[in-house]
Write a protein of this length. Structure first.
Length: 104
């Protein structure tokens, strides 16, 4: 009779452990899940100004960009513009001249 009592108490503790592991996994999944913004009725989506630039540039160059690539193109352009802003903020003295070009 004693062995049955121990088995039952073990099975309850195993069940409790399994439940706590499942709860921990669920919390970890929720922590990794992307944040979803609440949809506000009547709210307008603000277009990214880079989208207009990308569409104008691709139209001027005669290029076709798939809609699935637009997000990657926008991200690449944003990084490039941020780097250009850093370079253009660097102060140069008035007597600075471009480096000469050497040809071999």
């Amino acid at each position: 009779m004693k062995s049955r009592v121990k088995v039952k108490s073990r099975s309850k503790s195993n069940a409790a452990r399994a439940k706590s592991k499942a709860s921990a996994r669920s919390k970890a999944r929720k922590a990794r899940a992307p944040i979803r913004r609440a949809k506000v009725p009547g709210a307008m989506k603000v277009p990214d100004p880079l989208d207009a630039h990308i569409l104008a540039a691709t139209g001027a160059l005669g290029l076709k960009v798939e809609k699935s690539w637009l997000r990657a193109v926008r991200g690449n352009l944003r990084v490039t513009l941020d780097q250009a802003a850093i370079v253009s903020e660097f102060p140069l003295p008035d007597d600075a001249e471009p480096a000469p070009v050497f040809r071999a």
